[in-house]
Design a protein around this ligand. Structure first.
Ligand SMILES: [Zn+2]
Length: 395
Protein backbone atom coordinates (compact mmCIF):
# COMPACT_ATOMS: atom_id res chain seq x y z
CA UNK A 1 0.00 0.00 0.00
CA UNK A 2 3.06 2.22 -0.40
CA UNK A 3 2.99 3.68 3.11
CA UNK A 4 5.85 6.17 3.38
CA UNK A 5 5.49 7.70 -0.05
CA UNK A 6 3.56 10.57 1.49
CA UNK A 7 4.74 12.78 4.35
CA UNK A 8 4.04 11.20 7.75
CA UNK A 9 1.28 12.95 9.66
CA UNK A 10 -0.51 14.20 6.53
CA UNK A 11 -4.19 13.43 5.88
CA UNK A 12 -3.37 10.98 3.11
CA UNK A 13 -0.74 9.11 5.14
CA UNK A 14 -3.32 8.72 7.91
CA UNK A 15 -5.86 7.35 5.43
CA UNK A 16 -3.30 4.93 4.03
CA UNK A 17 -2.31 3.79 7.52
CA UNK A 18 -5.99 3.22 8.38
CA UNK A 19 -6.53 1.24 5.16
CA UNK A 20 -3.47 -0.88 5.94
CA UNK A 21 -4.75 -1.45 9.47
CA UNK A 22 -8.11 -2.68 8.18
CA UNK A 23 -6.58 -4.95 5.51
CA UNK A 24 -4.09 -6.39 8.04
CA UNK A 25 -6.84 -7.02 10.58
CA UNK A 26 -8.96 -8.94 8.07
CA UNK A 27 -5.82 -10.82 6.96
CA UNK A 28 -5.02 -11.88 10.52
CA UNK A 29 -8.47 -12.41 12.01
CA UNK A 30 -10.50 -13.47 8.97
CA UNK A 31 -14.01 -12.39 7.98
CA UNK A 32 -15.58 -9.86 10.33
CA UNK A 33 -18.38 -7.32 10.37
CA UNK A 34 -17.69 -3.60 10.11
CA UNK A 35 -18.64 -3.15 13.78
CA UNK A 36 -16.18 -5.91 14.77
CA UNK A 37 -13.56 -4.26 12.55
CA UNK A 38 -14.09 -0.96 14.35
CA UNK A 39 -13.64 -2.76 17.70
CA UNK A 40 -10.50 -4.57 16.54
CA UNK A 41 -8.82 -1.52 14.96
CA UNK A 42 -9.97 1.20 17.33
CA UNK A 43 -11.31 3.21 14.36
CA UNK A 44 -14.81 4.69 14.37
CA UNK A 45 -17.54 2.75 12.56
CA UNK A 46 -17.96 5.74 10.21
CA UNK A 47 -14.25 5.65 9.24
CA UNK A 48 -14.38 1.87 8.82
CA UNK A 49 -17.42 2.20 6.59
CA UNK A 50 -15.77 4.83 4.34
CA UNK A 51 -12.53 2.83 4.02
CA UNK A 52 -14.34 -0.46 3.40
CA UNK A 53 -16.28 1.17 0.57
CA UNK A 54 -13.00 2.36 -0.98
CA UNK A 55 -11.48 -1.10 -0.59
CA UNK A 56 -14.55 -2.72 -2.19
CA UNK A 57 -14.31 -0.31 -5.16
CA UNK A 58 -10.63 -1.22 -5.55
CA UNK A 59 -11.38 -4.95 -5.47
CA UNK A 60 -9.39 -5.52 -2.27
CA UNK A 61 -12.27 -6.68 -0.06
CA UNK A 62 -15.80 -7.90 -0.63
CA UNK A 63 -18.79 -7.49 1.67
CA UNK A 64 -21.69 -9.84 2.23
CA UNK A 65 -24.83 -9.23 4.25
CA UNK A 66 -25.10 -11.33 7.42
CA UNK A 67 -27.25 -11.31 10.55
CA UNK A 68 -25.66 -10.66 13.96
CA UNK A 69 -27.82 -10.73 17.11
CA UNK A 70 -30.91 -10.31 14.95
CA UNK A 71 -29.52 -7.24 13.13
CA UNK A 72 -28.28 -6.99 9.58
CA UNK A 73 -24.58 -6.31 9.16
CA UNK A 74 -21.95 -6.30 6.42
CA UNK A 75 -19.21 -8.89 6.75
CA UNK A 76 -15.87 -7.95 5.24
CA UNK A 77 -13.52 -10.51 3.67
CA UNK A 78 -10.45 -10.17 1.49
CA UNK A 79 -11.39 -10.48 -2.16
CA UNK A 80 -10.69 -13.83 -3.79
CA UNK A 81 -9.50 -11.95 -6.84
CA UNK A 82 -6.36 -10.81 -4.97
CA UNK A 83 -4.68 -14.10 -5.78
CA UNK A 84 -3.73 -17.43 -4.25
CA UNK A 85 -0.92 -18.69 -2.06
CA UNK A 86 0.49 -22.20 -1.83
CA UNK A 87 1.05 -24.03 1.45
CA UNK A 88 3.75 -26.71 1.12
CA UNK A 89 4.53 -29.23 3.85
CA UNK A 90 7.47 -31.63 3.73
CA UNK A 91 6.82 -34.06 6.60
CA UNK A 92 8.89 -37.14 7.37
CA UNK A 93 6.92 -39.34 4.99
CA UNK A 94 4.69 -37.11 2.87
CA UNK A 95 4.53 -33.97 0.78
CA UNK A 96 1.33 -31.95 1.09
CA UNK A 97 0.50 -28.99 -1.11
CA UNK A 98 -2.55 -26.76 -0.86
CA UNK A 99 -3.69 -23.67 -2.72
CA UNK A 100 -5.69 -21.17 -0.71
CA UNK A 101 -7.49 -17.89 -1.32
CA UNK A 102 -7.01 -14.79 0.88
CA UNK A 103 -9.72 -15.96 3.32
CA UNK A 104 -7.52 -19.00 4.04
CA UNK A 105 -10.00 -21.33 2.32
CA UNK A 106 -8.18 -24.20 0.65
CA UNK A 107 -9.32 -24.46 -2.96
CA UNK A 108 -7.09 -27.38 -4.02
CA UNK A 109 -4.95 -29.92 -2.17
CA UNK A 110 -2.65 -32.81 -3.03
CA UNK A 111 -0.64 -35.37 -1.07
CA UNK A 112 2.30 -37.48 -2.22
CA UNK A 113 4.08 -40.14 -0.14
CA UNK A 114 7.83 -39.53 0.33
CA UNK A 115 10.55 -42.17 0.85
CA UNK A 116 12.17 -42.25 4.33
CA UNK A 117 15.37 -40.42 3.27
CA UNK A 118 13.93 -37.89 0.87
CA UNK A 119 16.14 -35.17 -0.57
CA UNK A 120 15.55 -31.47 -0.96
CA UNK A 121 16.22 -31.20 -4.72
CA UNK A 122 13.82 -33.87 -5.97
CA UNK A 123 11.22 -32.93 -3.32
CA UNK A 124 11.26 -29.25 -4.19
CA UNK A 125 11.03 -30.07 -7.91
CA UNK A 126 7.99 -32.23 -7.16
CA UNK A 127 6.38 -29.53 -5.02
CA UNK A 128 6.89 -26.87 -7.70
CA UNK A 129 5.43 -29.17 -10.34
CA UNK A 130 2.45 -29.93 -8.09
CA UNK A 131 1.78 -26.22 -7.51
CA UNK A 132 1.89 -25.62 -11.26
CA UNK A 133 -0.40 -28.59 -12.01
CA UNK A 134 -2.85 -27.57 -9.30
CA UNK A 135 -3.06 -23.98 -10.57
CA UNK A 136 -3.82 -25.35 -14.01
CA UNK A 137 -6.42 -27.78 -12.63
CA UNK A 138 -8.45 -24.94 -11.11
CA UNK A 139 -8.02 -22.74 -14.18
CA UNK A 140 -5.80 -20.16 -12.44
CA UNK A 141 -2.97 -18.59 -14.48
CA UNK A 142 0.54 -18.81 -12.90
CA UNK A 143 0.45 -15.05 -12.28
CA UNK A 144 -2.35 -15.56 -9.77
CA UNK A 145 0.08 -17.20 -7.33
CA UNK A 146 1.28 -14.54 -4.88
CA UNK A 147 3.80 -16.68 -3.03
CA UNK A 148 4.15 -19.73 -0.81
CA UNK A 149 4.65 -20.85 2.77
CA UNK A 150 6.80 -23.93 3.32
CA UNK A 151 6.82 -26.18 6.38
CA UNK A 152 9.74 -28.49 7.07
CA UNK A 153 9.99 -31.30 9.64
CA UNK A 154 13.16 -29.98 11.28
CA UNK A 155 14.09 -26.80 13.14
CA UNK A 156 14.66 -23.88 10.75
CA UNK A 157 16.74 -20.74 11.20
CA UNK A 158 15.18 -17.85 9.29
CA UNK A 159 18.41 -15.80 9.48
CA UNK A 160 20.54 -18.37 7.65
CA UNK A 161 17.58 -19.73 5.63
CA UNK A 162 18.87 -23.22 6.55
CA UNK A 163 18.02 -25.93 9.04
CA UNK A 164 19.16 -24.87 12.52
CA UNK A 165 20.93 -28.14 13.32
CA UNK A 166 22.71 -30.29 10.73
CA UNK A 167 22.10 -34.03 10.64
CA UNK A 168 18.45 -34.04 11.73
CA UNK A 169 17.11 -34.30 8.19
CA UNK A 170 19.56 -35.93 5.83
CA UNK A 171 19.51 -34.55 2.32
CA UNK A 172 18.36 -31.11 3.50
CA UNK A 173 21.52 -29.73 5.18
CA UNK A 174 23.36 -26.71 3.77
CA UNK A 175 20.38 -25.77 1.60
CA UNK A 176 18.88 -22.30 1.55
CA UNK A 177 15.27 -23.38 1.72
CA UNK A 178 13.29 -20.21 0.97
CA UNK A 179 15.73 -19.22 -1.76
CA UNK A 180 15.66 -22.68 -3.41
CA UNK A 181 11.87 -22.96 -3.40
CA UNK A 182 11.47 -19.34 -4.46
CA UNK A 183 13.75 -19.96 -7.46
CA UNK A 184 11.58 -22.87 -8.54
CA UNK A 185 8.27 -21.04 -8.14
CA UNK A 186 9.44 -17.61 -9.23
CA UNK A 187 7.61 -16.19 -6.18
CA UNK A 188 8.40 -15.13 -2.61
CA UNK A 189 8.56 -18.11 -0.22
CA UNK A 190 8.60 -18.08 3.57
CA UNK A 191 9.71 -21.12 5.60
CA UNK A 192 9.16 -22.38 9.13
CA UNK A 193 9.29 -25.58 11.13
CA UNK A 194 6.16 -27.66 10.49
CA UNK A 195 5.09 -27.90 14.16
CA UNK A 196 5.27 -24.09 14.42
CA UNK A 197 3.11 -23.80 11.32
CA UNK A 198 0.67 -26.43 12.61
CA UNK A 199 0.35 -24.34 15.81
CA UNK A 200 -0.34 -21.27 13.67
CA UNK A 201 -2.88 -23.22 11.59
CA UNK A 202 -4.75 -24.39 14.70
CA UNK A 203 -4.76 -20.85 16.11
CA UNK A 204 -6.28 -19.42 12.92
CA UNK A 205 -8.62 -22.18 11.80
CA UNK A 206 -8.57 -24.98 14.39
CA UNK A 207 -9.07 -25.68 18.09
CA UNK A 208 -6.70 -22.96 19.34
CA UNK A 209 -8.61 -19.95 17.99
CA UNK A 210 -9.46 -18.72 21.48
CA UNK A 211 -6.08 -19.51 23.03
CA UNK A 212 -3.24 -17.01 23.32
CA UNK A 213 -0.76 -19.44 24.89
CA UNK A 214 -0.80 -22.95 23.47
CA UNK A 215 1.39 -25.81 22.31
CA UNK A 216 0.96 -28.03 19.24
CA UNK A 217 2.61 -31.42 19.62
CA UNK A 218 3.05 -33.71 16.67
CA UNK A 219 3.52 -37.38 17.58
CA UNK A 220 4.34 -39.70 14.71
CA UNK A 221 7.48 -40.62 12.79
CA UNK A 222 9.11 -37.80 14.74
CA UNK A 223 8.04 -35.65 17.67
CA UNK A 224 8.04 -31.88 17.58
CA UNK A 225 6.22 -28.99 19.19
CA UNK A 226 5.19 -25.52 18.12
CA UNK A 227 4.79 -23.01 20.93
CA UNK A 228 2.52 -19.98 20.89
CA UNK A 229 3.13 -17.57 23.76
CA UNK A 230 0.87 -14.54 24.16
CA UNK A 231 -0.38 -14.88 20.58
CA UNK A 232 3.08 -15.10 18.97
CA UNK A 233 5.04 -18.14 17.81
CA UNK A 234 8.06 -18.75 20.01
CA UNK A 235 10.95 -19.81 17.77
CA UNK A 236 13.89 -19.15 20.06
CA UNK A 237 17.36 -17.83 19.23
CA UNK A 238 17.94 -19.91 16.10
CA UNK A 239 14.70 -21.79 15.58
CA UNK A 240 15.06 -24.84 17.85
CA UNK A 241 12.43 -23.82 20.44
CA UNK A 242 9.88 -26.60 20.89
CA UNK A 243 12.21 -29.47 19.89
CA UNK A 244 10.61 -31.63 22.55
CA UNK A 245 11.57 -34.79 20.62
CA UNK A 246 15.17 -34.26 21.71
CA UNK A 247 14.44 -33.92 25.41
CA UNK A 248 16.31 -36.70 27.21
CA UNK A 249 13.95 -39.15 28.90
CA UNK A 250 16.23 -42.18 29.38
CA UNK A 251 19.79 -41.99 30.68
CA UNK A 252 21.00 -45.05 28.75
CA UNK A 253 18.55 -45.05 25.89
CA UNK A 254 19.43 -45.69 22.27
CA UNK A 255 21.41 -43.20 20.22
CA UNK A 256 19.28 -40.51 18.55
CA UNK A 257 19.83 -38.96 15.11
CA UNK A 258 20.78 -35.74 16.95
CA UNK A 259 23.80 -37.52 18.48
CA UNK A 260 22.46 -37.73 22.04
CA UNK A 261 21.17 -40.76 23.89
CA UNK A 262 17.67 -41.52 25.16
CA UNK A 263 15.80 -38.68 23.43
CA UNK A 264 11.99 -38.75 23.64
CA UNK A 265 11.87 -39.30 19.88
CA UNK A 266 13.91 -42.50 20.19
CA UNK A 267 11.60 -43.90 22.86
CA UNK A 268 8.41 -42.80 21.11
CA UNK A 269 8.03 -42.89 17.35
CA UNK A 270 5.93 -44.75 14.85
CA UNK A 271 8.70 -47.15 13.86
CA UNK A 272 9.52 -47.99 17.50
CA UNK A 273 5.85 -48.60 18.30
CA UNK A 274 5.38 -50.98 15.38
CA UNK A 275 8.71 -52.70 16.15
CA UNK A 276 7.81 -53.33 19.79
CA UNK A 277 4.79 -55.40 18.71
CA UNK A 278 6.61 -57.71 16.28
CA UNK A 279 6.77 -60.70 18.68
CA UNK A 280 3.17 -60.51 19.86
CA UNK A 281 1.17 -59.06 16.96
CA UNK A 282 3.55 -59.65 14.05
CA UNK A 283 4.16 -57.40 11.06
CA UNK A 284 1.77 -54.51 11.29
CA UNK A 285 1.60 -50.88 10.22
CA UNK A 286 1.02 -47.97 12.58
CA UNK A 287 -2.50 -47.70 11.16
CA UNK A 288 -3.14 -51.37 12.13
CA UNK A 289 -1.84 -50.70 15.66
CA UNK A 290 -4.14 -47.67 16.07
CA UNK A 291 -7.16 -49.57 14.72
CA UNK A 292 -6.55 -52.55 17.02
CA UNK A 293 -5.94 -50.28 20.02
CA UNK A 294 -9.24 -48.51 19.38
CA UNK A 295 -10.93 -51.92 19.20
CA UNK A 296 -9.55 -52.80 22.64
CA UNK A 297 -6.43 -54.87 21.86
CA UNK A 298 -4.47 -54.87 25.13
CA UNK A 299 -0.97 -54.97 23.62
CA UNK A 300 -1.61 -52.22 21.08
CA UNK A 301 -3.29 -50.04 23.73
CA UNK A 302 -0.35 -50.61 26.04
CA UNK A 303 2.33 -49.43 23.59
CA UNK A 304 0.31 -46.30 22.82
CA UNK A 305 -0.25 -45.70 26.53
CA UNK A 306 3.50 -46.09 27.18
CA UNK A 307 4.22 -43.56 24.42
CA UNK A 308 1.67 -41.17 25.95
CA UNK A 309 3.36 -41.57 29.34
CA UNK A 310 6.74 -40.44 27.97
CA UNK A 311 5.32 -37.59 25.90
CA UNK A 312 3.15 -36.46 28.83
CA UNK A 313 6.14 -36.39 31.19
CA UNK A 314 8.11 -34.22 28.74
CA UNK A 315 5.06 -32.01 28.16
CA UNK A 316 4.61 -31.47 31.88
CA UNK A 317 8.05 -29.83 31.99
CA UNK A 318 7.03 -27.64 29.07
CA UNK A 319 3.80 -26.75 30.93
CA UNK A 320 5.83 -25.64 33.96
CA UNK A 321 8.08 -23.53 31.74
CA UNK A 322 5.58 -21.76 29.50
CA UNK A 323 2.17 -22.28 31.16
CA UNK A 324 -0.02 -22.96 28.09
CA UNK A 325 -3.81 -22.94 28.40
CA UNK A 326 -4.16 -25.53 25.63
CA UNK A 327 -2.13 -28.45 24.30
CA UNK A 328 -3.11 -29.61 20.79
CA UNK A 329 -2.15 -33.15 19.82
CA UNK A 330 -1.49 -33.92 16.16
CA UNK A 331 0.63 -36.28 14.06
CA UNK A 332 -0.09 -39.84 12.96
CA UNK A 333 -0.62 -41.13 16.53
CA UNK A 334 -3.37 -38.58 17.20
CA UNK A 335 -5.73 -40.91 15.29
CA UNK A 336 -5.63 -43.17 18.37
CA UNK A 337 -7.95 -40.63 20.04
CA UNK A 338 -8.82 -41.36 23.66
CA UNK A 339 -6.41 -44.32 23.77
CA UNK A 340 -3.61 -41.75 23.52
CA UNK A 341 -5.27 -38.75 25.13
CA UNK A 342 -6.35 -40.28 28.47
CA UNK A 343 -2.88 -41.52 29.57
CA UNK A 344 -1.30 -38.35 28.16
CA UNK A 345 -3.54 -36.12 30.27
CA UNK A 346 -2.89 -38.30 33.31
CA UNK A 347 0.89 -38.02 32.82
CA UNK A 348 0.70 -34.23 32.46
CA UNK A 349 -1.47 -33.94 35.56
CA UNK A 350 0.81 -36.23 37.57
CA UNK A 351 4.07 -34.51 36.61
CA UNK A 352 3.34 -30.80 36.20
CA UNK A 353 2.70 -28.03 38.68
CA UNK A 354 -0.91 -28.58 39.67
CA UNK A 355 -3.53 -25.99 39.03
CA UNK A 356 -6.85 -27.70 39.80
CA UNK A 357 -8.75 -24.47 39.10
CA UNK A 358 -7.39 -23.96 35.60
CA UNK A 359 -5.46 -26.99 34.30
CA UNK A 360 -4.21 -26.94 30.70
CA UNK A 361 -6.74 -28.40 28.28
CA UNK A 362 -5.57 -31.21 26.00
CA UNK A 363 -7.36 -31.57 22.66
CA UNK A 364 -6.86 -33.39 19.40
CA UNK A 365 -5.96 -31.31 16.36
CA UNK A 366 -9.03 -30.09 14.44
CA UNK A 367 -7.11 -29.79 11.16
CA UNK A 368 -5.38 -33.18 11.31
CA UNK A 369 -2.81 -33.78 8.58
CA UNK A 370 -3.60 -30.37 7.06
CA UNK A 371 -2.63 -28.33 10.15
CA UNK A 372 0.83 -27.43 8.83
CA UNK A 373 -0.37 -26.48 5.32
CA UNK A 374 -3.07 -24.26 6.86
CA UNK A 375 -0.32 -22.63 8.94
CA UNK A 376 1.95 -22.32 5.88
CA UNK A 377 -0.84 -20.53 4.02
CA UNK A 378 -1.49 -18.18 6.98
CA UNK A 379 2.24 -17.48 7.39
CA UNK A 380 2.56 -16.70 3.68
CA UNK A 381 -0.41 -14.31 3.71
CA UNK A 382 0.99 -12.63 6.85
CA UNK A 383 4.42 -12.20 5.26
CA UNK A 384 3.69 -11.44 1.62
CA UNK A 385 2.52 -8.00 0.52
CA UNK A 386 -0.87 -8.19 -1.12
CA UNK A 387 -1.19 -6.41 -4.48
CA UNK A 388 -3.27 -3.59 -3.04
CA UNK A 389 -1.66 -0.56 -4.67
CA UNK A 390 -4.83 -0.23 -6.77
CA UNK A 391 -6.39 1.42 -3.71
CA UNK A 392 -4.22 4.47 -4.18
CA UNK A 393 -5.23 4.86 -7.80
CA UNK A 394 -8.92 4.62 -6.98
CA UNK A 395 -8.87 6.80 -3.87
ZN1 LIG B 1 17.71 -36.46 19.80
Amino acid sequence: MAIGRVPPGSQSSLREANRARIVDTVKRLGAMTQVELADATGLSTATVSIIVNELVAAGIVTTTQVTRSGRRAFQVTLSRGLGLVAGIHFSTRALRVALADPSGTIVARQRLPLPPDHRHDTDMDRAAQLVSDMLESIGAPPGELLGAGLGICAPYNAETDMLSVPGLLRGWDEVRLAESMSRRLGKQVVVDNDANLAMLGESRHGVAREASSAVFVSIGYGIGAGIMANGELLRGHDGTAGEIGHVRVSENGELCRCGNRGCLEVMVNSTAIVHSLRHTVGNVTLRDVITMARQGDIGCSRVISDAAHYVGAALSSLCNLINPELIVIGGELADAGAVLLAPLEAAIERNSLRNPLNPPQVQLSALGDDAAVHGAVAFAFDSISLPITAVEASA
